[in-house]
Design a protein around this ligand. Structure first.
Ligand code: NAD
Ligand code: UDP
Length: 339
């Protein structure tokens, strides 16, 4: 496979994946409506790789936008990052989430089919496991029990993809369930740039470090874990980006539909993450303990055996690397991609 269409390619995970693909000499075409990213990301991608991906400002819900791309480029595979991803917002605006994420994916798949493109990689999430009965989770664990509309969009799209694979054996589909991507490109040129107050732990911490927020609020220290805070499987965004290359190679074997968890296999608590950032910072980071956040599960981390065995994926960065790179990005770009 040579030419990859990356939807949502100017976003956080998409942009890092585009860099990885360009470095490995894939041709990359991006479609993004810039609802949660900036065009300046393209300059940063070019600065890092020496190559500028072809960019279409467009929407995956627009058949016209998609057809233009499929007519003008010979696409071999689509990686679908485009989607809305804020958990709290999805509770307030479920219809927007179902429309953007689910309808968007359906339109994209229909237009792929019409244009004879049958390789698809989908950004799913560990959230499809709901509150797992035990950890580590593996890909055979039951899905369901999602706690918000965002998570439910991932669950439904996975079901749609499973149905599609049965009905249309020409399709080859890789569902990647990401655990918690954090960190940034080691160059300090690309990273996570959330709008407004960050919902997620790592960007909140780096905004405290850069002086934009007063202190971290730790949502609960009375969970049944060694230090009382929740446990997650944080994965460096560059490792995650590489996971997509592994997925592309897998699709070349025409496997039908396959599912992989992408994580490090190591659970870290909120305090572990805070301490990793303090190490990068060289001083303490102010925090206080706040009430639990609704919908948070106590612990979720993955088994890594299936991805290692079947697609050769192993994460190489640890949480200290993730903290160092996230801080390097934030300190060099205190206002993200703003000029
Ligand atoms: P992001 O918001 O940075 O990137 C998504 C990109 O898609 C943005 O650039 C946005 O402008 C674009 N977009 C949204 N709707 C679109 C549409 N209809 N048409 C065209 N472009 C559209 O998010 P991210 O963190 O890079 O996440 C990428 C994908 O991975 C998402 O599907 C997300 O749900 C999934 N995911 C993310 C995480 C995480 O923690 N970041 C975890 C699990 C899964
Ligand atoms: N968290 C926190 N303070 C914050 C943001 C997150 O204590 O400002 C905690 C949250 O309760 C969870 C962990 O950090 O235990 C990871 O949260 P995040 O939103 O980053 O990821 P997710 O909930 O999707 O796993």
């Amino acid at each position: 496979m040579k030419t990859i269409l990356v939807t949502g390619g100017t976003g956080y995970i998409g942009s890092h994946t585009v860099v990885e693909l360009l470095n490995l000499n894939y041709e990359v075409v991006i479609i993004d409506n810039l609802s949660n990213s900036k065009e300046m990301v393209l300059d940063r991608i070019e600065k890092i790789t020496g190559k500028r991906p072809k960019f279409y400002k467009g929407d995956i819900r627009s058949r016209e936008d998609l057809n233009k791309i499929f007519k003008e480029n010979k696409i071999d595979c689509v990686i679908n990052f485009a989607g809305l991803k804020a958990v709290g917002e999805s509770v307030r605006m479920p219809l927007e989430y179902y429309e953007n994420n689910i309808y968007g994916a359906v339109v994209l798949l229909e237009e792929m089919k019409k244009n004879g493109v049958f390789n698809f990689i989908f950004s799913s999430s560990a959230t499809v496991y709901g509150d797992p009965a035990s950890v580590p989770v593996d890909e055979t664990f039951p899905t369901g029990g999602t706690t918000n509309p965002y998570g439910t969009t991932k669950l439904f799209i996975e079901r749609i993809l499973q149905d599609l694979a049965v009905a249309e054996p020409e399709f080859n589909i890789c569902i990647l369930r990401y655990f918690n991507p954090i960190g940034a490109h080691p160059s300090g040129l690309m990273g996570e740039d959330p709008n407004g107050i960050p919902n997620n732990l790592a960007p909140y911490i780096t905004q405290v470090m850069v002086g934009k927020r007063e202190k971290l609020n730790i949502f609960g220290d009375d969970y049944d874990t060694p230090d009382g805070t929740c446990i997650r499987d944080y994965i460096h965004v560059c490792d995650l980006a590489y996971g997509h290359v592994c997925a592309i190679k897998k699709l070349e074997e025409k496997p039908g539909v396959v599912v992989y968890n992408l994580g490090t296999g190591k659970g870290s608590s909120v305090f572990d993450i805070l301490h990793a950032f303090e190490k990068a910072y060289g001083k303490p980071i102010p925090y206080s303990v706040a009430p639990r956040r609704a919908g948070d599960v106590t612990a979720n981390y993955t088994k890594v055996d299936k991805a290692a065995k079947e697609i050769g994926f192993t994460a190489k960065y640890n949480i200290e690397d993730m903290a160092r790179d996230a801080w390097n990005w934030q300190k060099n770009n205190p206002n993200g991609y703003e000029e």
